[in-house]
Design a binder for this molecule. Sequence first.
Ligand SMILES: CCCCCCCCCCCC/C=C/CC(=O)SCCNC(=O)CCNC(=O)[C@H](O)C(C)(C)COP(=O)(O)OP(=O)(O)OC[C@H]1O[C@@H](n2cnc3c(N)ncnc32)[C@H](O)[C@@H]1OP(=O)(O)O
Length: 285
Amino acid sequence: MNIIRSARFGASTLIPKNCWSVVRSISSTELTKLEVNDKTGIAVLTLNRPPVNSLNLELLTDIRNSIKDAESNKCRGLILTSSSNSVFSAGLDFLEMYQPKEERLKSFWTALQSTWMTLYGSKIPTAAAINGHAPAGGCLLATSCEYRVMLPKFTIGLNETLIGIVAPNWFMNSYLNVLPRRVAELALTQGKMFTTAEAQQVGLVDDVVNTKEEAIAKCEEFIGLFKKINPYARALTKQQFRINHLQELEQNREQDLQAFIAAITNPSTQAAMGAYLENLKKRSK
Ligand SMILES: CCCCCCCCCCCC/C=C/CC(=O)SCCNC(=O)CCNC(=O)[C@H](O)C(C)(C)COP(=O)(O)OP(=O)(O)OC[C@H]1O[C@@H](n2cnc3c(N)ncnc32)[C@H](O)[C@@H]1OP(=O)(O)O
């Protein structure tokens, strides 16, 4: 058995899973865990930032590093999931955007841009096992993957307009890569959160299963579809589908950053976000 060494983790840890496979930890931080199944070569990236995996600068940085680790370790595919039983990811961390410090705000948005480009443009097959709610940035992570499977009774969608903010072009492009234009426009303008059943009906998720284990198995099945396909040909084909969206952001990163800072620091956006956060806190009491 080859032991993969990680730049971030040193020697790999072996975790026996069942008699057929061995799960090996490639890299791990306080916020993420990246494990590869030795038999299939498929990696699972688990987001672990309780209570709701809200995406702050550190979590975004770890996600990006993990995707790169999976690629550099030549994993055959990458599955994103959550350690929570009820939330895949609550999207961007409001605490990064509410009453922000400018330098941190810049680093935060720049990290989000980089993470999105790394995931959306990844050479290896990507899949999301959505084992909980996936609003806004959580939905962005899922729609940046090539395949989605979701557990029942959760919600997913880009709800930005409900918060009084506008989803940037590249959020919309990830949506449009999955949904018909008419459905995407209606959903985005309403800030619609789809139930699992609705999401499956419009094609926002590909499959619905009852447990996280089944979701991971479905993702493995999806990634297995490429077993006999030349990885180079596959990667270039995927890239051709996504290159326009990737270039659009790459070429306008600074403009996108400035638009974000202007929109977020606008007093009316801050007021709307403050009220939304207050409401969230009341609800959770
Ligand atoms: C012309 C074009 C111009 C374009 C210009 C560009 C402009 C840029 C605009 C900016 C775009 C910014 C994009 C943002 C996208 C986002 O991702 S925003 C985040 C949106 N997320 C949400 O709305 C989710 C909110 N959360 C929930 O709905 C629920 O928490 C949940 C369904 C995910 C889970 O519910 P439950 O399990 O019941 O947990 P709670 O009790 O609600 O929460 C526990 C705990 O977590 C806190 N929390 C929840 N979400 C967040 C979050 N996103 N950030 C930070 N904190 C969060 C919640 O307040 C609770 O905290 P306490 O326990 O009360 O302390």
